[in-house]
Write a protein that binds this ligand. Sequence first.
Ligand code: PYC
Length: 314
Amino acid sequence: MPPSSSIQVIDSHTAGEPTRVVIGGGPDLGGGPLTERLACFRERYDYFRSGVVNEPRGSDVVVGAILLEPFDPTCEAGVIYFNNVGYLGMCGHGTIGLVRTLEHMGRIGLGVHRIETPSGVVTTTLHSSGKVTVENVQSYRLHEGVEVEVPGYGAVRGDVAWGGNWFFLAKVPGLSLALANVGQLSKCAHAIKATLAERGVTGTNGAEIDHIELFGTPESSEASSRNFVLCPGNAYDRSPCGTGTSAKLACLYADGDLSPGEVWRQEGILGTYFDGSISVADGQVVPSITGEAHITGEAKLLFGEKDPFRWGIS
Ligand code: PYC
């Protein structure tokens, strides 16, 4: 079945980063495991992804989420995340937004809710404060101290880590992590990403490192660090990035700089923050990220047959 020509969505932002959850009218992806449904989405309905998040209905910054029946019956919901250029295995800010969306819909109350994603099941907690904690998928550092010569920036040294997506984490070379510098920061992060691809630096099984995370000194005395994250479609994350913070926590633990239960406050480029901590069992690091989301709208997206940009500008 093709998706309906009117799609119901609920919009939110988490620490400034938008999430658009498709709650009705989306494509039929079948009832199999989420990895299979993701393959079906990618192969048969990629135009739908573009129509929902890209201009003129969305923008490069919007992360989309399609709400699905879970395959795992212990989960409250299944979800596939997508953006202006493709799909995300997991999304931290998006999961915080999704939990607030499910609450807004009257589907869940306070407490613990399991959510199925293509990267695995995550356990979320909706707190009475309105904050949401996401116990993410296992996260780890794959490579420590990879040095690449980035044209225009010189030698950049960083770690390759998994936090539900692949990240290269480095100190920002010669720029201040100020909102006024996002153009230069994006250019620099883009150059790093291109160099990693050229040098064949990848995640496991040759996976592209599609998120670049740069670190600097926080502005708030209560934060542990400040970051800037460039996402796959070259939009920067307005939030501190849940999967990026998870990757950072895994690196800190590997360096002996973070103990289980200790709180790491990750400030993002807007000055908003996520509180992160880890638990460790059998040497495996499971990060938890706590943040806040706000519902910003409920809408019906229309896709008129004569609209030349029916399925987005991409
Ligand atoms: O919060 O994990 C995240 C995320 C990934 C891309 C944008 N936000």
